[in-house]
Design a protein around this ligand. Structure first.
Ligand code: BES
Ligand code: MN
Ligand code: ZN
Length: 492
């Protein structure tokens, strides 16, 4: 999406839709009153008839019939409070409506409503860029085209320009992550993800790519990633992106990001039920978020070193598959009894976390569609947040709030550690149903050594099948905005 910031009066801005926010109860912004005069009282009319309302996500359209340069006016309802969430929802709803009408350009008038102009700009960019996402790109007829151009105008627009551009970059990478997650598992394989990473690195001078294939993974001693991948015809990859900022960095901090990328999780020999198994194409959502966030960070040239590690393979049943009962040795030398081949994410992450450690990160955050249990605990509203370092957990939580990707902490008390106790190996890979997300977190913790660590379980948030004013069905790209926000806060 292209972004323009103009000083012109809104009446002079050419667009398919010229939009402004209205709260509940309805109150016209100053610009709206001016526009109302130009459209001959048309807006007031709609308000008096009770047709134009400020309910969150409600869109009211008015044809301008050549009284303005824009073809239509849109009032986007933000609901009761003038906050970012309301504005984002209003913008998303306007963009979806504009897209349905074949609109390519949306202009948005910022208001003097108490919310700082840069926060308004960010919410509007997020709503317009992310709202009309089309998960149906594999249909032979296009149904929802994206908005190609956003024009910001009105009070404060100039000052908010930089924030708008930054938000636009992050939103574009969020949509790239959504495309990866949305891609079917016969298209998005470990090699496809590796190619995406390689292509991303080739676009930015300060980003470098490397990847290990199956032989190198085995020879390096990654017994866990080897075991999970051995049932599939599609070769595994351990993908690494390394970002060295162009400008001097703050201290020598290296942020490590690790993302689970199972391109299809059938469960392996502990086969999943058929119902909704197709959704397991999204099991690479953590890895996709890490790759896309690294792209965003490189494009913005943020002054923090980043090391991203994405273990990727398929979890399939077959004659060569790993079995329940197998004992495998992970990269750090610990032995693991496999009690359920469907608890594969923690296995590939175990090796990736040990691998990341060798590259000396200052702290590591991993992100994974790890457990069905987190959906039971937090639903589809929040990501589960775990870790060994209270300060890092607080930092991630704060970033998640700014990013509109809520994450909520869960405990890793010692009491839970024994859930993963094995009679015959150092640990077993499944701790059972009660506290299932916590035992998975504790399993990862057994492989974290020497750095502060946080873990995000996005099994409930990477994908949504609920449709509302601001969300479309399909992948959310969760994690991209969170990581970007995390780094933006660190650079200051
Ligand atoms: N990929 C799944 C978790 C998942 C569930 C992601 C629902 C998205 C939506 C993970 O690999 C898995 O299968 N976890 C098992 C662990 C169990 C066998 C200990 C689970 O949650 O049932
Ligand atoms: Mn699984
Ligand atoms: Zn999985």
């Amino acid at each position: 999406m292209e972004i323009d910031v103009v000083e012109a009066s809104p009446a002079e801005v050419a667009a398919d839709v010229l939009a402004f926010a209205v709260p509940e109860p309805v109150e016209l912004p100053a610009a709206g009153q001016e526009l109302d005069r130009l459209v001959d009282g048309g807006i007031r009319h709609l308000i008096e008839d009770g047709e134009l309302q400020g309910e969150r996500g409600k869109v009211t359209l008015l044809h301008t019939r050549n009284t303005l340069k824009a073809h239509r006016l849109a009032a986007g309802g933000t609901g009761g409070e003038a906050d970012s969430e309301g504005l984002r929802t209003a913008a998303a709803a306007v963009a979806r409506r504009a897209s349905d009408l074949g609109g390519k350009t949306v202009a948005w008038i910022l208001s003097e409503n108490g919310l700082p102009a840069d926060e308004q700009a960010r919410a509007v960019v997020d709503g317009i860029a992310l709202g009309p996402y089309d998960a149906g790109i594999w249909k032979t007829k296009e149904e929802h085209a994206p908005i190609e151009r956003l024009v910001l105008c009105g009070p404060g627009a100039q000052e908010a320009a930089e924030e708008a551009r930054r938000a636009n970059v992050i939103a574009a990478w969020t949509n790239r992550c959504r495309d990866l997650v949305n891609a079917p598992p016969n298209v998005c394989t470990p090699t496809t993800l590796a190619e995406f990473a390689e292509e991303t690195a080739s676009r930015f001078e300060h980003l470098s790519y490397s990847a290990l294939g199956p032989d190198e993974i085995r020879e390096a001693g990654m017994g866990a990633l080897t075991a999970v991948s051995q049932g599939s015809e599609n070769a595994a990859r351990l993908i690494t992106l390394s970002y060295e900022p162009p400008s001097p960095t703050r201290g020598d901090v290296v942020l490590g990001l690790v993302g689970k990328a199972i391109t299809f999780d059938s469960g392996g020999l502990s086969l999943k039920p058929a119902n909704r198994m197709e959704e397991m194409k999204t099991d690479m959502g953590g890895g996709g978020a890490v790759l896309a966030a690294t792209g965003a960070i490189a494009e913005l040239g943020l002054p923090v070193k980043v090391l991203s590690v994405v273990p990727s393979c398929e979890n399939m049943p077959g004659g060569g598959s790993y079995r329940p009962g197998d004992i495998i040795t992970a990269l750090n030398g610990k032995t693991i009894e496999v009690t359920n081949t469907d608890a594969e994410g923690r296995l590939i992450l175990a090796d990736a976390l040990s691998y990341a450690r060798r590259l000396n990160p200052s702290c590591v955050i991993d992100i994974a569609t790890l457990t069905g249990a987190i959906v039971v605990a937090l639903g589809h509203t929040a990501t589960g947040l775990f870790g060994t370092d209270e300060a890092l957990i607080a930092e991630v939580k704060a970033a998640s709030e700014r990013a509109d990707e809520r994450a909520w902490p869960l405990p890793l008390w010692d009491d839970y550690r024994e859930l993963n106790k094995s009679d015959i190996a150092d640990v077993k890979n499944s701790g059972g149903r009660p506290g299932g997300s916590i035992s998975a977190g504790w399993f990862l913790r057994e492989f974290v050594d020497g750095f502060p660590w946080a873990h995000l379980d996005i099994a409930g948030t990477a994908y949504t099948d609920r449709e509302d004013a601001s969300r479309v069905k399909g992948p959310t790209g969760t994690g991209v905005r969170l990581f970007s926000e995390f780094i933006l806060a660190r650079q200051g």
